[in-house]
Design a protein. Sequence first.
Length: 66
Amino acid sequence: MVSESSKPPKSIEAYGTTVEEAIQKALKELGVSRDRVVVKVVSEEKKGLFGMEGEKPAKIIVSLKE
């Protein structure tokens, strides 16, 4: 019998300095390719002072397709 806790999550939140970096982190964590997921951008990254990265990271939710 397989318990619920051993199944991979159906969706996860991921953060990155860019949306694309967050997507890549989520795909790696889920162990799937881009065509197997649906990506919802919650918030895009916000640049810091003088355009530097990192003031606010990008946040996404990645869900496995059924």
